[in-house]
Design a protein. Structure first.
Length: 566
């Protein structure tokens, strides 16, 4: 036991002595973390590369004990083979962190280095084997080991955003692992963790708020990787599911933060490795807590999880379910307290049915796109558009293509104060007017004759039941509205705006072609669905019309207009 004490004390004293010396050297050499005024909370440059004094103190403790004439050296030599096998893997992660601190690495470069370290750790015998007597297939065991080790390394790295947070949580996790190793009589794990406890405790003296040196990636990645390896060594000695779950609880806070970051960025379509101010400590700072209180609060959360992990190991399977239930409830309450906009919006979308509506709309969009792509003529494209546009919140539709104008023949013209055949832009409709007056001439059963309707010329067309000129047509009274480009009744005729309000989207295509979509006020369909439909029409119709035009021979007629075409 005294060998473990010697390891702890030597590493503690070494960290207390070496850290300020290296800190001053790093400042002199310009190896500092410069504040950016955005995500970083410090106000002046702070030395980084904090992993260097931690690793040096860690190794110094082993070296001194091995050289001592006391019997502890022999004990260490007997227990260290498994620890030494980890050194190549840890060295790779440590080197990746140093390069990233000094020169900066891209995310894929760091992942590549971490993957190499995982391979070395697996070759050293650190890998997941199974749960409660059930052995994983080799491929799944290797994949699970890589995911676990890389996840732990990056989880500690992500939470290192405020003075003393990552180092303190790593210290709590290491102490918990050390206690568990003693309870399991796992001396190799105890000898691996004892000097790390001392090194972290000594380093934390200079890393706690206000910090004079940061962990940097050389420290956070290495600590996360080491704790991941320790968790596997811990679980390998456990014969129960509870024993497998305990290492997860030890790192619950950084793993939860990393998991939340991945989900948040996925929901908002942001790169997984992008930086933001949505981490747990950022959310707590945004709620008005001081940095020290944030750190202490997260220390408390990590301490509770560590205590529960030890409790699970002691009680075995007897209280696994209640403990896990408490952890899950605590996690849900904690996330609710953090007030993430992404999760609140997603929850409301699910509960209010918006998610299902969006899902159905996306399915409909794909169906419309496939229908338009399969269309063999402008008329078939028009049919697909007529079937779909109301679903996306539009109340009328117009298409101009190949010199012809198509309008929805089934639109609710009564809302616009115009008959089923009401004319727009001076173009006569297809309906038949009542016995009302049209201009100064009355024609039979509402036939226009050669009179004038509003600002448009009726020609020989027929007026509907809507408004024409200043007289009365059918059952409607014109008032001062004009058919053609003006306002008629409560609806919209041509480009005029009706009494119900709303707005219009015009999608310009090539060669003077266009689509006009009308949306009345009060429509409840999500605006993004309307925009997605308009964007789809622009993309698909442009290609289809170009395809149809390329097929036509010079002078060839383009065919008979479909219903609703003018």
């Amino acid at each position: 036991m005294y060998s473990l004490i010697v390891l702890f004390v030597v590493s503690l004293l070494a960290a207390l002595a070496v850290t300020p010396v290296l800190r001053n050297l790093f400042r002199r050499w310009g190896i500092v973390d410069v504040p950016d005024g955005k995500r970083k909370t410090h106000s002046k440059p702070v030395a980084t590369l904090g992993g260097v004094p931690i690793i040096l103190s860690f190794l110094a403790a082993y070296g001194l004990l091995l050289l001592t004439p006391m019997g502890g050296g022999g004990v260490v030599r007997a227990a260290l083979p498994e620890v030494w096998r980890l050194l190549p893997a840890v060295a790779v992660v440590f080197a990746v962190g140093i390069v990233d601190d000094i020169r900066g690495l891209k995310p894929w470069q760091k992942l590549l280095g971490e993957a190499v370290a995982c391979g070395l750790a697996i070759a050293a015998g650190v890998h997941l084997t199974g749960v409660a007597g059930f052995h994983f297939p080799p491929v799944w065991a290797l994949l699970g080991t890589v995911v676990w080790l890389i996840g732990c390394a990056n989880a500690v790295n992500l939470i290192d955003g405020i003075d003393g947070l990552a180092a303190g949580i790593a210290l709590l996790a290491t102490v918990t692992t050390f206690i568990s190793a003693l309870l399991q009589h796992n001396m190799a794990l105890a000898f691996a963790t004892a000097p790390l406890i001392g090194a972290l405790l000594g380093f934390l003296r200079y890393n706690f708020n206000p910090a004079s040196i940061f962990l940097g990636d050389s420290g956070s990645l290495t600590l996360g990787f080491l704790l991941g390896c320790y968790g596997i060594l811990w679980s390998q000695k456990a014969a129960t599911i509870a024993g497998m779950t305990a290492p997860l609880l030890v790192l619950a806070v950084p793993l939860a933060d990393a998991g939340l970051a991945i989900v948040r960025r996925f929901l908002t379509q942001q790169p997984i490795f992008s930086a933001d101010k949505g981490h747990i400590h950022h959310r707590l700072l945004a709620q008005g807590l001081k940095p020290r209180r944030v750190v202490l609060l997260l220390y408390a959360a990590a301490g509770v999880c560590a205590w529960l992990s030890l409790l699970m190991g002691l009680l075995h399977e007897n209280f696994t379910e209640p403990i896990l239930f408490v952890v899950v409830v605590g996690a849900v309450l904690g996330v609710s307290f953090l007030k993430y906009a992404e999760f609140g919006t997603a929850r409301r979308m699910v509960l209010e049915g918006a998610f299902r509506r969006l899902l159905n709309a996306r399915i409909s969009l794909e169906a419309v796109e496939k229908g338009l792509q399969a269309a063999d003529s402008v008329e078939q494209c028009w049919e697909q558009m007529v079937l779909a546009y109301r679903e996306f919140g539009f109340t009328s539709l117009e298409l101009r293509a190949d010199g012809r104008t198509y309008r929805d023949p089934d639109r609710d013209a009564a809302k616009r104060g115009a008959g089923p055949g009401a004319e727009r832009r001076g173009v006569p409709g297809n309906g038949t007017g009542g016995s009302g007056a049209l201009g100064n001439r009355t024609g039979g059963n509402g036939t226009a004759g050669n009179g004038t309707a509003g600002n448009g010329t009726a020609g020989n067309g027929t007026a509907g039941n809507g408004t024409a000129g200043n007289g009365t047509a059918g059952n409607g009274r014109a008032g001062n509205g004009t058919a053609g480009n003006g306002t008629a009744g409560n609806g919209t005729a041509g480009n005029g705006t009706g009494g119900h309000g709303g707005w219009q989207v015009r999608v310009d295509l090539e060669n003077g072609n266009y689509v006009v979509l009308q949306r009345d006020a009060g429509m409840h369909n999500h605006i993004t669905l309307a925009a997605a439909f308009a964007e789809l029409l622009e993309k698909t119709l442009t290609a289809k019309l170009a395809e149809f035009q390329a097929r036509e021979q010079p002078g060839e007629a383009s065919g008979v207009a479909a219903a609703g075409a003018v």
